[in-house]
Design a protein around this ligand. Structure first.
Ligand code: GLU
Length: 390
C-alpha cells in the first residue's frame, strides 16, 4: 500500500524561507562558501543572562512537563512584557506560551477557521500566513500594497475587502518582508472600519516591535483602539528581540475564549513548550533590556549599508524599511534576463548568497534579504550580489 498525504497538505507547500535556509546549510556542509541572508534571525549571541537561566533550569531539574499554556512564571513575565513594551495590560491567565510565534498563529487560525472563511492579509506577506490559512480550508485574501503606499493598506482598501465570510485581518507591524510600520493614526483609521464589522478578528503580529528605526513609539491595535481589544490577538516573543530563535518561545494575548481554544489545541498538538526555553524566556523578559537599543542601532547601520549597496546595483531597487531586518528588493528590470525571481535567487545562490524570492511572500520580480547578518559577512554578501548581477 502506498502512503498518501491528507488533502489539506495539497493546499500548501513547505516554507520557502526555511527551505532556502536548509539548502544553504546543505551547501555549506558540502564545503561551499554560502552567506545566508535568507532566514530572519539575529546573528548576535543570545544574552549571557538568558543562557545562564537556561543552564540553571537544567541544573535545577526543570526537565518535566509544565502547564500546557506555559509556566506561571513565564505567563507573568510575558504579561509584564506586554504591559511594559507594548502597552497592553493583561492578566497572566490571558497569555499563552507556544513554540514560537509561528505556532501561536497556527493555533489561532486552526482554532477559529472553517472551510470557506476568508482571512485578509496585506501583501507582500510573511510566507507562512497564507499557508496556515489554506491548511485550515479557509481562503487567504490578498490586500495588495506597494512602495508607493508605504507597503501599508488603507482604511478604504480594508472596507472594500471585508465580506460576510471575513473572519480575520492579519496585521504585522513592523512587517516582514517589507519593514512597513503602521502609525497610531493609521491603525485608528483601520479600527474605525473594523468597528463596523464586529465579527472580524485581528491578529496583530508584533514580533518585530523592538526593531523600529523611525521616530515615534511602536503602535499596536489593542492599545490604539482599546474597545476592539476583545477581538485582537497580539503575538510577540523573544526570537527576534533577544536572539533566541532556536529556543522557540512565542507569547500571545487575546480574549479568554480564544486563548483557551488555542490551549486546547496545543494540549493535543505539542503539549507545553520546552521547559528550559521557558525558563530562559523568563530571564529575557525580566532581565536587563538595555542592550536592545544597541542592537537596534547596529541593525540600523546594516540597514543603511544594505539599502545603499542594493540600490547601487543597476536593475535593483529597494525602499528604506522602517522596521524589522529585511529589504524587499525589486529586480523587475532583470526579469528578462532571469525569467523568474526563483531563477534569480538560484543565480545568487550560485554566487554564494542565499536570499528568498519575492514570490514566496506574495510579491514578484525580486527577492528578500535579511540584514541580520554579521557586518563583514553582510558586506561580502552585498558585494557578491553586485558582482553576480553586473
Ligand atoms: N520569520 C523568519 C523569516 O521570515 C524565520 C523563518 C520563518 O519562520 O519563516 O525569515
Amino acid at each position: 500500500m502506498k502512503g498518501r498525504a491528507a488533502q489539506a497538505l495539497a493546499r500548501i507547500s513547505a516554507s520557502r524561507t526555511t527551505a532556502m535556509t536548509d539548502r544553504a546549510i546543505a551547501l555549506r556542509a558540502e564545503g561551499r562558501d554560502i552567506i545566508s541572508l535568507s532566514v530572519g534571525e539575529p546573528d548576535f549571541p543570545t544574552p549571557p543572562h538568558v543562557i545562564a537561566a537556561a543552564k540553571a533550569a537544567l541544573d535545577a531539574g526543570d526537565t518535566r512537563y509544565t502547564a500546557v499554556t506555559g509556566t506561571a512564571a513565564l505567563r507573568e513575565a510575558a504579561a509584564l512584557h506586554f504591559a511594559r513594551d507594548l502597552g497592553i495590560t493583561v492578566p497572566p491567565a490571558q497569555v499563552i506560551v507556544s513554540a514560537g510565534g509561528k505556532q501561536a498563529i497556527f493555533l489561532a487560525m486552526a482554532a477559529t477557521l472553517d472551510s470557506g472563511d476568508e482571512v485578509l492579509i496585506p501583501a507582500p506577506w510573511w510566507v507562512s500566513y497564507p499557508e496556515i490559512v489554506r491548511y485550515t480550508g479557509a481562503e487567504p485574501v490578498a490586500l495588495p500594497t506597494t512602495p508607493a503606499t508605504g507597503y501599508r493598506i488603507s482604511a478604504e482598501q480594508l472596507a472594500a475587502a471585508i465580506t460576510p465570510r471575513t473572519r480575520w485581518l492579519l496585521l504585522n507591524s513592523p512587517g516582514n518582508p517589507t519593514g512597513a510600520t503602521y502609525s497610531a493614526e493609521a491603525l485608528a483609521a483601520l479600527g474605525a472600519v473594523l468597528r463596523r464589522h464586529p465579527d472580524v478578528m485581528v491578529l496583530s503580529d508584533d514580533i518585530y516591535a523592538p526593531l523600529r528605526y523611525g521616530a515615534g513609539a511602536h503602535a499596536t491595535l489593542a492599545v490604539v483602539c482599546p474597545d476592539l481589544a476583545e477581538r485582537v490577538l497580539t503575538v510577540s516573543g523573544v526570537s527576534k528581540s533577544h536572539a533566541m530563535t532556536g529556543f522557540r518561545i512565542g507569547v500571545s494575548t487575546g480574549p479568554a475564549w480564544l486563548i483557551s481554544a488555542m490551549g486546547t489545541l496545543q494540549s493535543h498538538a505539542s503539549g507545553n513548550p520546552c521547559s528550559i526555553s521557558q525558563a530562559a524566556a523568563v530571564a529575557a523578559f525580566t532581565g536587563p533590556q538595555d542592550f536592545l537599543a544597541d542592537w537596534r542601532e547596529r541593525f540600523r547601520v546594516r540597514r543603511d549599508l544594505a539599502v545603499a549597496a542594493l540600490n547601487a546595483v543597476p536593475g535593483l531597487s529597494t525602499p528604506v524599511p522602517d522596521g524589522a531586518f529585511y529589504c524587499l528588493v525589486d529586480a523587475g528590470p532583470l526579469m528578462a534576463r532571469f525569467g523568474s525571481d526563483e531563477a534569480l535567487a538560484l543565480h545568487l545562490l550560485d554566487h554564494g548568497v542565499a536570499v528568498v524570492a519575492a514570490s514566496a511572500f506574495g510579491g514578484q520580480d525580486g527577492f528578500r534579504i535579511s540584514f541580520a547578518a554579521d557586518d563583514a559577512r553582510l558586506a561580502e554578501a552585498l558585494s557578491r550580489i553586485a558582482k553576480a548581477l553586473t
